[in-house]
Write a protein that binds this ligand. Structure first.
Ligand SMILES: C=CC1=C(C)c2cc3[nH]c(cc4nc(cc5[nH]c(cc1n2)c(C)c5CCC(=O)O)C(CCC(=O)O)=C4C)c(C)c3C=C
Ligand SMILES: [Fe+2]
Length: 460
């Protein structure tokens, strides 16, 4: 489906949990029929009593509610707009009001509705519209919005608590350590709040972030953002494996939605994790009061530039050795097909291992990481060229884990130190956020009583 194709041109069959829906304009057309009868006209400058449409039956739409936030195990969509925000206020009530407003808007946009109740053209003529309008003729396009809180959300630069959240910061939510060869740019790191918007239409993903930024005006501002295309992972067995910009299948051995035990073990923060400190913690501080995160997860983002031109001049043999898999089918070099488990003990001529022990797959495999796995959800990115005619392109690596200190940090240390692939990579952006659980099924959003993302942090 092209970005502006008719919503009837569904790109994919409905997924489990999907709703059927018409486009925003279609939904509003139904609601707006009454407006015509009332003689209402946007040109007169009045929004004459538009009803908030019923929860729209949707195609290509996922619900915001559920035990976990959407956008984690949801089948990875093809487009990403990721943004981080810094809060401009010291007032806890302002933060809660922002989270309420964002939740209501996210709920609406994920249903394929405008961000606000009036929409782009039916509000007061002399006020800014409560939706920016560029998705008027588009459906929900599988939009998911996922929100996380960074270390700086909880504590300021001097370590003092913010927003009355004393003791509420999970001990595992620390700035990531420096890794060998990191080339991080400050303007692509951190942020009090991260928002991941994924959709199958780039205009829908960008619209979501744009409207959340508009709603945040005066309370939070965008710190940095990243567009991504071409998912580089599969989060469901129903999906085919895509390719990254090195041309290799990426996402084969990912944790998938159909592995409930693996998700509990590797992705979802468990109730018994409350109060946990990293294994190397020496602090005598009291255990954190972080039971609010149960059912949530941790999100790691890394903007990884690939030195494409160097890669493109390397031989196929070198590319496959570095990766540990074949370029054609994605099968491990030890044999079999894409989904065959790698056999690291298998040797070839002169007893040399068929999979190089320093290959990416050998070093990222659970057997080299104490059994740790990640739920990867990355995207390709291309941000034009640098001043030297080289593509500024790579992988915007996103992963969700239950414990960043035990899962991501040691793996990244190993890869940065020993991975043959690291010669072709440069990490330029980074961040870690705690992603609160989802909204209970059946919750309503909006208004003073509505449920909101992060409610367990502020109200339990
Ligand atoms: C710290 C974690 C990881 C980073 C950073 C990372 C970067 C990165 N990866 C590729 C390409 C591939 N990765 C593959 C597998 C794979 N990668 C990680 C972790 C990180 N990758 C894991 C945990 C795994 C799975 C290992 C396993 O269980 O076997 C693959 C193989 C196909 C697959 O299973 O997905 C490729 C290809 C790039 C290009 C890259 C940075 C730009
Ligand atoms: Fe990888």
């Amino acid at each position: 489906m092209t970005p502006h194709a008719s919503p009837d041109d569904n790109q994919s069959a409905p997924e489990p949990g999907e709703r059927r829906q018409v486009s925003r304009r279609g939904v509003l057309g139904i609601a707006g029929a009454g407006l015509v009868a009332l003689g209402a006209s946007a040109a007169t400058g009045y929004a004459a009593g538009r009803r908030d449409p019923e929860p729209a039956p949707a195609s290509r739409s996922y619900p915001l509610t559920g035990e976990h936030q959407p956008g984690i195990t949801t089948p990875a969509q093809d487009r990403l707009h990721f943004a981080t925000f810094d809060l401009l206020t010291d007032d806890r009530d302002d933060v809660v009001a922002l989270l309420r407003a964002w939740t209501a808007a996210a709920d609406r946009m994920m249903r394929g509705l405008p961000a606000g109740e009036l929409g782009p053209t039916s509000g007061p003529y002399d006020a800014p519209p409560d939706d920016t309008g560029e998705t008027e003729d588009l459906d929900a396009s599988h939009l998911t919005i996922t929100v996380g809180f960074g270390p700086s959300f909880f504590t300021d630069a001097d370590g003092a608590p913010r927003f009355g959240l004393d003791g509420r910061r999970p001990a595992l939510l620390e700035d990531l350590p420096h890794f060998p060869a990191d080339a991080l740019e400050d303007a692509r790191c951190g942020g009090d709040i991260a928002v991941q918007a994924c959709a199958d239409d780039p205009q829908v993903a960008v619209h979501a972030i744009r409207n959340l930024a508009r709603l945040a005006f005066g309370t939070a501002s965008v710190r940095w953002s990243q567009l991504g295309y071409g998912r580089t992972s599969t989060t469901s067995t129903s999906q085919s494996t895509p390719r990254n910009l090195f041309g290799f299948k990426d996402g084969t051995a990912n944790v998938k939605a159909e592995e409930p035990e693996a998700l509990e073990q590797h992705v979802w923060v468990q109730p018994e994790d409350a109060g946990r400190r990293p294994d190397d913690a020496t602090s005598s501080d009291p255990a954190p009061d972080d039971a609010w995160l149960a059912g949530g997860s941790y999100l790691v983002a890394r903007r990884i530039r690939m030195t494409i031109e160097t890669w493109d001049r390397s031989s196929l043999r070198e590319q496959e050795t570095v990766t540990g898999r074949t370029k054609a089918s994605g099968a491990p070099l030890s044999g079999g097909d894409e989904h065959t488990e790698p056999d690291f003990s298998r040797t070839g001529r002169d007893d040399v291992p068929l999979i190089d022990p320093a290959s990416h797959v050998a070093l990222a495999h659970p057997s080299a990481n104490g059994g740790a796995r990640l739920l990867r959800r990355g995207y390709n990115y291309t941000d034009g060229s640098d001043g030297l005619g080289r593509l500024d392109a790579g992988l915007f690596f996103l992963c969700y884990v239950r414990d960043p200190a035990r899962q991501y940090v040691p793996m990244q240390n190993t890869l940065a130190r020993d991975d043959l692939m690291s010669e072709y990579l440069r990490h330029t952006g980074s961040g870690l956020w705690a992603v609160p659980p989802g909204l209970p099924d059946g919750s309503t959003t909006g208004g003073a009583d509505g449920a909101y993302l992060g409610q367990t942090l502020f109200e339990t």
